[in-house]
Design a protein around this ligand. Sequence first.
Ligand code: C6P
Length: 410
Amino acid sequence: MSAWQNVRADFPVLHQQVNGKPLVYLDNGATSQKPRSVIDALVHYYERDNSNVHRGLHTLSMRATDAYEGARARLAKFINAADPAEVIFTRGTTESINIVARSWAHAHLKPGDVVLTTEMEHHSNLIPWQQAAKASGATLRFVPVLGENAEGGLDLLALDQLLTPAVKLFAFTHISNTLGTINPAKELCRRARAVGAITVIDAAQSIGHMPVDVRDLDCDFLAFSGHKMCGPTGIGVLYGRRALLDKLAPDETGGGMVATVHYETATWKPAPERFEAGTPNVADAIALGTACDYLDNLGREAIAQHDHELATLAYQKLSELPGIRILGPTGERSGLVSFAFVDVHAHDVVTFADEDGLALRGGHHCNQPLMRKLGLASTTRASFYVYNTAEEIDVLVASLRRIQKFFGLS
Ligand code: C6P
């Protein structure tokens, strides 16, 4: 048994049958499963420490505050932030990006400015910029993707032309949730900085799958969700460079984030409190810290290697199926494979695969403009994580062959 198979024992949910077959969970791009240690952290908190933070002087409140702020420090270490105050707890990637779009963009964008993003963005890293551009009169531009299956990644030559001094902000995904492309984030940040643009990285798909070091990337903002990295739902992070955060006005106001309040006016605490109005999601933040421990214990380089090996194997085996179109890079890719069969809708593929115990995702993956550009309505996606095995790819391939036979494609 390989070390990776031992990992399966840590995830209670995996040990069940679905439709009479062992569960094969390949929908990790949507959300990952949770190890026992993360589940226990939630139970422990609610059984022993549950209290409001930053407000009380009693023992439980102090314990909860210490654990919550300890989680912030743990997250800062996880992404190598210079200061825990650069870690703002949010509901997830979507909220994190919206905070930047509303706070930073509101204060800085004006007509004639350009917000640059790419053709491969998830709706959560597209629509907030559409809204910011609309509100400010700025223009939205896109770095194109190359190849009829977007196998060529971002067009870095076009980027040279697009990155003019008019670009005030460049927002891009670290890993595409539909293509599996790993973008050269450090280089993109360096090039953006050269024209004075600030950078926003959508790390939703990378954070739990590879080392992410904000100081090495030299980004200004980075957004991610806990639930895709073995943590709970409803918690995520917005990392922001301290110098930028302290100059930003909050987009949400209320208790906990204020320094002084009068009937007519109020002043704000510094970051991170200024961006965390109201009672925060204490339990889930603490359990997210535990998820960091779990992933670091496995090693993020090792996780990236494991993901890559499974995705490469899946890519090879799926390529042998007749009538299949596989999206994304042919070489280096993250741990997911997105594909389409001629004449079979992805929803049918997912429904048939479910009969074989497989959890896949079918649809546009919140990437409608990219799908349209590639001439597709939807794809089926298999996305891998630490507990997946080569044997599960065999189950996937066997199921897809059954589906192809049913639809008369083989
Ligand atoms: N992608 C997927 O199945 P939230 O929902 O806020 O946790 O994450 C949004 C998000 C932002 N960026 C990228 C690159 C993402 O992949 C996601 C979530 C899921 O692909 C759900 S659509």
